[in-house]
Write a protein that binds this ligand. Structure first.
Ligand SMILES: *[C@@H]1O[C@H](CO)[C@@H](O)[C@H](O)[C@H]1NC(C)=O
Length: 325
C-alpha cells in the first residue's frame, strides 16, 4: 500500500514537472546587479519581460511596491549570493523555459531593447517605451463571484447588468458599460482581462481587439501577452472561447488544454467561469465548491495550467478593460 501511494506521487509529480517550468525562489533576492526596474503587477509578467530582454540574466520581484527588477547578472552555482528578503522573489533567466518568450524566442533585438510579440511576429522597443506601460485602459465590465448572476449573460445582455459609470459594487449584479453594445466597428485596440483575489491582481490576459466584435475577441488568435508562464499562441488549446462548453455544466470564458477526455479528473485548463447557478448538471467537484455561491471564476494557481479537480484558485472578481487605437 505504501509503495503504491509512493509511486502515485512520483507519477503525479512527473506530470506536474512538465507544467512547472520556472524555478522561483521565494523570500530571496539578488542584490546590487539591477540594470533597471519597472512596475509590474505580477512576478510571472516580470519573468516574461526578462525573457525578452537580451541583457536580463535574472529578476527580483519586489511584492510590496510591485516592482520588477531586471538584473544584468545571476548568482553563481551555490546561490549563496542571494540575500533573505521576506515576501519578495528571485528567478534566474537560465531556468526559464525556452518558449516563455513566445514569438520572441531567438529574437534579434538590440541589447538595450525589449522584444514585444505582435501576433506571431515581434517588434523591438527601447526598454522604457511608454507604449508598453502607459496604455489608457478603461474598465467596461466588472464581474464578481458569488452574486448568483450569470457572467456570460450579463456580458451579452445590457438589461442584466448595472451601469458601470455609477461606481456601484458588484455584490448584487455585475457591472457593465454600454460600450459593450457599441463595440462592433469601434476603434478598440487592446482588450485586457484581469482576475483579482483579495484585491490583488493574479491573472492578466491581453487580447488584440482590432477589428473584433464583442463576442469574438476572446480567442486564441487574438491572444497577446499574459501572466500565465505556459500560455501563448503555440500552446495546445482544445477550447478557447467566451461561450466555452455547456454540456457538463457551464464553462464560460473557458481556456482549456484538455476537456471531453475522460471526465472531470482530466479537465486541464487555465481558466473557466462557472456561472449557471441553476444548472442541473454539476458534473465535477469543481462545480460544487463547498460554501461558495455561483458564479465561480476559476484559474490555475501558480500562473499556469492546472487540473481543476486537483487544484484550482478562485478569483473574487474579473475586470475587462479596453484601450482605443
Ligand atoms: C521598491 O522597493 C525596493 C525595495 O525596497 C526598492 O529597491 C525599489 O527602488 C522600489 N521601487 C520603486 C519603484 O519604488
Amino acid at each position: 500500500m505504501y509503495l503504491l501511494t509512493f509511486s502515485f506521487i512520483v507519477l503525479f509529480a512527473w506530470i506536474l514537472c512538465e507544467i512547472v517550468v520556472i524555478k522561483k525562489q521565494t523570500d530571496k533576492i539578488y542584490q546590487n546587479h539591477v540594470l533597471f526596474e519597472i512596475s509590474m503587477p505580477m512576478w510571472s509578467i516580470c519573468a516574461q519581460y526578462c525573457s525578452r530582454v537580451q541583457a536580463c540574466k535574472s529578476i527580483n520581484f519586489i511584492a510590496l511596491n510591485k516592482t520588477c527588477q531586471i538584473n544584468y547578472g545571476e548568482p553563481g552555482e551555490c546561490n549563496d549570493e542571494l540575500i533573505e528578503s521576506v515576501g519578495n522573489s528571485f528567478a534566474a533567466a537560465s531556468t526559464f523555459p525556452k518558449n516563455l518568450a513566445g514569438p520572441c524566442k531567438g529574437h534579434d533585438c538590440k541589447p538595450n531593447e525589449v522584444c514585444m510579440p505582435k501576433g506571431t511576429a515581434y517588434k523591438c522597443f527601447p526598454w522604457f517605451t511608454p507604449q508598453f506601460h502607459e496604455n489608457n485602459f478603461q474598465r467596461i465590465f466588472v464581474a464578481c463571484s458569488g452574486n448568483h448572476q450569470s457572467i456570460l449573460d450579463t456580458w451579452k445582455y445590457a438589461s442584466l447588468g448595472l451601469n458601470i459609470d455609477f461606481g456601484k459594487s458588484c455584490s448584487n449584479r455585475h457591472l457593465r458599460s454600454t460600450m459593450i453594445d457599441k463595440w462592433d466597428g469601434s476603434l478598440i485596440d487592446q482588450v485586457k482581462v484581469e482576475l483579482f483575489r483579495n484585491g490583488e491582481p493574479t491573472v492578466e490576459i491581453n487580447f488584440d481587439g482590432r477589428g473584433s466584435t464583442s463576442s469574438d475577441w476572446f480567442t486564441k488568435n487574438r491572444l497577446r501577452s499574459n501572466s500565465f508562464i505556459d500560455m501563448n499562441q503555440q500552446s495546445v488549446f482544445n477550447i478557447f472561447s467566451m461561450d466555452g462548453a455547456d454540456t457538463w455544466g457551464a464553462r464560460h470564458f473557458f481556456i482549456s488544454n484538455t476537456y471531453y477526455n475522460g471526465g472531470c479528473p482530466n479537465d486541464i485548463a487555465w481558466m473557466a467561469v462557472i456561472d449557471t447557478s441553476d444548472s442541473n448538471v454539476r458534473a465535477c467537484n469543481y462545480d460544487r465548491l463547498p460554501g461558495k455561491a455561483y458564479p465561480y471564476i476559476l484559474y490555475g494557481p501558480d500562473q499556469q495550467l492546472t487540473k481543476f479537480e486537483g487544484s484550482y484558485a478562485v478569483a473574487d472578481m474579473m475586470i475587462i478593460s479596453i484601450s482605443m487605437v
